[in-house]
Design a protein around this ligand. Structure first.
Ligand code: FES
Length: 135
């Protein structure tokens, strides 16, 4: 499965349809870049908008990376589990996130739930690796 959009065909993820509409109304939007290493060690450079209240799991899914997000971002499934490889200062994990990671497989010190990481300027340049699937 190819996770990044087809640049030749200019097919961008659906999140960019909303961006296009905002650009028509002169609404200023900004992107950050996130590097994702998938479970086959393929690197994907993603662009994510900071002003659409998205989280990292939703960006994974928008780029069709193999992340289920089964619980819809409620910190109840751990299918968005990833490892943070860069040195970014991230918000502390909430009790709900910690509780879910306590039950997840393959947990490391740098484990986070993608759904609990908000897309904002503070995580520009973030590097994450998808955790192995628990299945
Ligand atoms: S989507 Fe379920 S824990 Fe993140």
């Amino acid at each position: 499965m190819t996770a990044s959009w087809n640049k030749e065909a200019n097919q961008k993820p659906n999140i960019y349809k909303a961006r296009y509409l905002c650009s028509l109304n002169n609404i200023k939007m900004s992107d950050i870049k996130i590097k994702v290493i998938d479970r086959e060690d393929q690197e994907h450079m993603l662009e994510a908008p900071t002003d659409m209240n998205m989280n990292l799991m939703e960006v994974f899914k928008a780029y069709e990376l193999p992340v289920e997000g089964t619980c819809g971002g409620m910190a109840l499934c751990s299918t968005c589990h990833c490892y943070v490889l860069s040195e970014h200062e991230l918000p502390e994990a909430t009790d709900d996130e910690e509780d879910m990671l306590d039950q997840a497989f393959f947990v490391e010190d740098n484990s986070r739930l993608g759904c609990q990481l908000k897309i904002n300027d503070d995580i520009n340049g973030l590097v994450v690796k998808l955790a192995p699937s628990a299945e």
